[in-house]
Ligand binder design. Structure first.
Ligand SMILES: [Zn+2]
Length: 78
């Protein structure tokens, strides 16, 4: 699950997290038109929280492949 939230640094406001980027963009558009006359304030942006269920799984997989290669070459190298 990813979550997005819009932050306006100029106003010092961070909006509630929403489930998709589209919603965060709508909040951004609304805030920009209501408060900043439709312009983009300095430092505003949408923060994305990408969830990573298996951090480092790429490294573990690479290690596993290396071990298998070593085992394979060990058996056939004698
Ligand atoms: Zn603002």
């Amino acid at each position: 699950m990813s979550s997005y939230r819009y932050r306006c640094a100029a106003c010092g406001i961070t909006w509630e997290e929403v489930a998709n980027r589209r919603q965060a963009e709508q909040e951004r558009e609304r805030h920009r038109s209501e408060v900043h006359g439709g312009g983009a304030p300095d430092g505003d942006g949408i923060q994305a929280n990408e969830s990573k269920p298996w951090p480092g799984s790429g490294a573990i997989l690479a290690g596993l492949v290396l071990v298998l290669l070593l085992l394979y070459s060990g058996r056939h190298g004698q």
